[in-house]
Design a binder for this molecule. Sequence first.
Ligand code: NAG
Ligand code: NAG
Length: 440
Amino acid sequence: MDCLISRDLLLGLCLLTQIRGTLCVTETELLDHLFGNNYNRKARPLKDASKNVTVSIELEIKEFQGLDEQAGILLFTGFFEAIWFDEFLQWNTTEYPIDYIALPADQIWLPDFGIANSADSFYQRTFVRDYWVHVDHTGSLRWYAGSTLKTTCSLSVSKFPFDKQTCIIVLENTVYAAAAVDIIPMGRTPFNLLSSDINGLWKIVGYHVTKKFFPNDGYIWPRLIFTLHMERLPAYYLWSILLPCVLLTILTSSIYWLPLESGERISLGITVMLSYFLTLLVLDGYLPVTSLDQPLLGTLVNTMMALATFAVTTSIILSYVLNNYSGRLSPSSRAFFFGFLARVVCMRHCVPKTEELKYNDRDHDVADVTREIRTQKSHSDIEEIRNHLRTIIQRYEDSDSEKAIAEEWKAATRILDCLFFWVNLLVILVSFVFLYVNTA
Ligand SMILES: *[C@@H]1O[C@H](CO)[C@@H](O)[C@H](O)[C@H]1NC(C)=O
Ligand SMILES: *[C@@H]1O[C@H](CO)[C@@H](O)[C@H](O)[C@H]1NC(C)=O
């Protein structure tokens, strides 16, 4: 009902205006007027073909879907706004009182720019299929089209997770050189961002557009480069990678405090090594697969793994030495271990006391004993007792010297352990300082 009434009303109005001398036109009539006189969508919309069509372009990033670091792809929902003049799509608003019309993009001439570094397809078909063009009576055309776009972005991750990345979106013409169709950044804001972070893992710190020309095939071609500067928000990675790494370094250092004789030391070392390997795997999940540059954090984890390997290897070697060497240390190595090394690593309390053997005057002792016995027993008995006593003393002496030798070896390994511990600590400290200085 409403519809009928309003149509009658419109007809009435139209008749009224016609009586007053103005035209009442429908959009169909305007379209017939525009496309009737040989509009050819294959030809550039210029009355003078020696000129160029200047297309102003603005890129609007509505939403970041993410940055696929492993593949090196920036994923975003982007809209392009392109404005140009079509000299054949103008009309006189006195004759056709319509301000603007909308036309399907595939009905008119379109500029041919595409995304040169697209990870998807160069030319976005959906732009043409799904979006219409706003046509103003002055001949100014505005084409606003967008979709989810993917562009390649080469990342340099040596400073991960404190890295800054620069991604570019490059627009180029496919068929028209700059002299025929030029693309220029639009007005003062050719690049618009609706949000400044991606996934909570990146922050946009800057963006700008540059216009360039490049020669190819004897023509000069236009190129628009939209540049995005991003900074990684490191908190997540500090929690998931760096903190476990720091905790594991404490475990690596504590390996040296376990007694060599217990097998626990080796199994702890291997567990720590595997944990580092796991950390490395987790880290690899965030990084591009490339041999060109490696993150310093990865180098740090590798260094820590090497330290754990070193701890395990030295434990095995030292326990082998402890179990298989029974001779005395040579005086020069005694001097090296107990004189020099013990002082260096502050382990002087470990140095075994170098007591001389106690039974030097055993002949005298035995003589004393025998003198007392002599008064009571016969000579042969006394000689027998004397021999027995000598054997006993010999046994004691042997066992004491064995113990002393074992103590000596043990002390030497303990001092070496201590040295390794300090070296380990030093390497850890230097590694972290190096990482800090070179990334943060
Ligand atoms: C538009 O048409 C009217 C009437 O035909 C004419 O007087 C006017 O000059 C035209 N305007 C332009 C800009 O051509
Ligand atoms: C395109 O035309 C405009 C206006 O005529 C001119 O200023 C510009 O230099 C031309 N661009 C190229 C690339 O020739």
